[in-house]
Ligand binder design. Structure first.
Ligand SMILES: Cc1cc2nc3c(=O)[nH]c(=O)nc-3n(C[C@H](O)[C@H](O)[C@H](O)COP(=O)(O)OP(=O)(O)OC[C@H]3O[C@@H](n4cnc5c(N)ncnc54)[C@H](O)[C@@H]3O)c2cc1C
Length: 503
């Protein structure tokens, strides 16, 4: 018998692990272990905790709809596993690999439990779109890509030519067994309540993907930064818990860019030479984009869908780029040990968290985040940069707050966003380029609709006044910008020199 443990792969199909399980030719137990380290201390009630449990509830119902059983257990994963291996005739434990620091520590313990009981441990790569180890090896590079655009060129070509058809076996097609008896892992009542939270039909991951690809995708390139319009797909929350497969999202986005003559996109069986692509010898445009002289597409909405799909796939590639960095930049999860952040200050961090800085766009953004757990990408960048640069707080303080608040929290993508904003890591924002929240507000939301929505006290203000800082703002934007440039110049200097303490 095998044991498959779900983690950030909360779906009942399109999982490599299921095809692998089918190939084992033996029955298996499928389990989801609710981990108190991740859901205890009130975290189940936070936006990300609630969302995880909603997705877990959906998974339970999807298994049931397929006539398959998912065991929902609660407890320290290593202890639960040890007890399961004691009680059930399990010969192999199968999981989807996860490379965050917490996941690594947890999985080392799980693998050790398996070793101590003579059970095989198998971790399959299935979170990124590309098998990143194979990709890196086949680029022939000794060093990882440090800049997004060349990474994107290579990755795009590689994925297009290598993406295998989706795994064929769903949970209902596997010989899933039941636990032989009860255990000491019952789910506490408060978690059970959250698991039962309904997910309306049109908010389910697949529906949301279809709706986005069939609608907003066309205007995505033009509107994605106009945060007041909410033009993103909103799919990160499902991608990050694995309720939606990135492979499927990518494949359907390519389909949306299908040529007018209906040719299949290259992703499923095309023959692009991705190495030529990596070297910049192939067109980067999506298959059949019709770009180039004399080949303007006849149907403007098809052209918009293609440009939307290309732009959206580029965002998926950013997700992939951070997953790649987490694998190939040894410092990715420990930049705070490489640069000296001790001179920075959390003096204004609480005002930032609570949306009381006096800079209206920042306060509106932080209010939306606290209230809903949502925040569009441009506002994440602006708010993060404001904290790290204008307020000179260590990026780790903001990273922590986003972890507690973001509905779509993901340890790797969140760290990637914070590194970018604080000019650390691969291809980060240069230290001297600091977004001005007032300029950004006027540019992306000239009427100030977003500020009015989240700061009712400004609801009646004119478009000219609504973006302007209050006289009580915690910092002056110009002076704090100059101070940030000076500070980061020294902070990033190698070898890093200690800063004067700011607090
Ligand atoms: C400081 C900071 C923290 C962030 N923390 C997270 C986080 O915890 N979880 C998270 O999923 N994203 C994070 N992001 C990235 C980005 O803001 C979100 O992925 C995006 O806002 C999700 O909205 P969407 O699904 O509508 O995206 P869309 O615009 O529809 O994009 C499609 C998908 O591409 C990926 N993507 C889009 N933008 C980015 C990006 N800048 N970096 C990496 N991947 C991207 C996401 O998977 C997203 O679902 C962070 C960005 C910053 C600047």
């Amino acid at each position: 018998m095998y044991l498959f443990i779900h983690r950030k792969d909360l779906r009942a199909g399109d999982l490599r692990a299921f095809d692998y399980a089918a190939s084992l030719g033996m029955p298996g137990i499928h389990a989801l272990i609710l981990d108190p380290a991740q859901l205890g201390d009130g975290r189940a009630e936070s936006h990300p905790g609630r969302h995880f449990l909603r997705a877990a509830g959906l998974l339970l119902r999807d298994y049931a709809a397929q006539g398959a059983e998912l065991q929902l257990l609660h407890g320290n994963p290593a202890l639960v596993l040890d007890e399961l291996l004691e009680r059930e005739p399990i010969r192999e434990v199968v999981v989807t690999a996860d490379h965050t620091p917490y996941a690594r520590r947890r999985d080392e313990r799980l693998a050790a439990v398996c070793r101590s009981r003579g059970v095989r441990w198998t971790a399959l790569e299935d979170v990124p779109l590309a098998d990143l180890d194979a990709f890196q090896e086949q680029t022939g590079r000794k060093e990882p890509y440090r800049v997004f655009t060349p990474f994107y060129r290579a990755w795009n070509g590689y994925v297009r030519s290598r993406l295998a058809p989706p795994p064929a076996v769903a949970a209902g097609g596997l010989p899933i067994a039941r636990l032989s008896g009860g255990g000491s892992w019952s789910v506490p009542g408060e978690l059970a309540g959250l698991l039962a939270a309904p997910v309306p039909e049109d908010e389910r991951p697949e529906r949301q993907l279809e709706r986005f690809l069939g609608g907003s995708l066309q205007a995505y390139e033009e509107l994605r930064d106009r945060y007041a319009l909410d033009a993103g797909s909103g799919l990160s929350r499902w991608l990050n818990v694995g309720a939606l497969s990135a492979r499927r999202a990518y494949g359907l986005a390519l389909d949306a860019a299908r040529t007018e003559d209906g040719r299949e996109p290259l992703a499923f069986g095309g023959a692009a030479d991705w190495r030529a692509d990596a070297a910049g010898q192939l067109e980067l445009a999506l298959p059949g984009s019709g770009e180039g002289p004399g080949s303007a597409p006849r149907d403007p909405s098809a052209a918009a869908a293609r440009s939307g799909a290309e732009s959206w796939i580029r965002q998926l590639a950013w997700r992939e780029f951070y997953l790649y960095q987490a694998r190939f930049d040894a410092d990715f999860f420990r930049y705070e040990e490489q640069v000296d952040l001790s001179g920075l200050t959390e003096r204004h961090a609480e005002a930032w968290r609570q949306g009381r800085t006096g800079i209206p766009l920042i306060d509106a953004a932080m209010t939306q985040l606290r209230t809903t757990g949502e925040l569009p990408n441009r506002l994440r960048m602006i708010a993060a940069m404001f904290l790290c640069k204008n307020l000179l707080a260590p990026f780790t303080a903001g990273e922590r707050w986003f972890r507690e608040q973001l509905l779509d929290y993901d340890a790797t993508l969140n760290r990637g966003g914070w590194l970018w904003s604080s000019s650390l890591g691969f291809d980060a924002a240069p230290y001297f380029r600091i977004m001005n929240p007032v300029v950004q507000s006027k540019r992306w939301d000239p009427d100030g609709a977003y500020i009015r929505r989240w700061l009712p006290e400004r609801a009646g203000w004119s478009a000219a006044a609504v973006h302007e800082p209050s006289p009580q703002a915690v910092v002056d934007l110009k002076a704090s910008r100059a101070r940030a440039i000076e500070t980061y110049k020294r902070l990033l200097a190698k070898p890093s020199r200690p800063l004067d303490r700011l607090h």
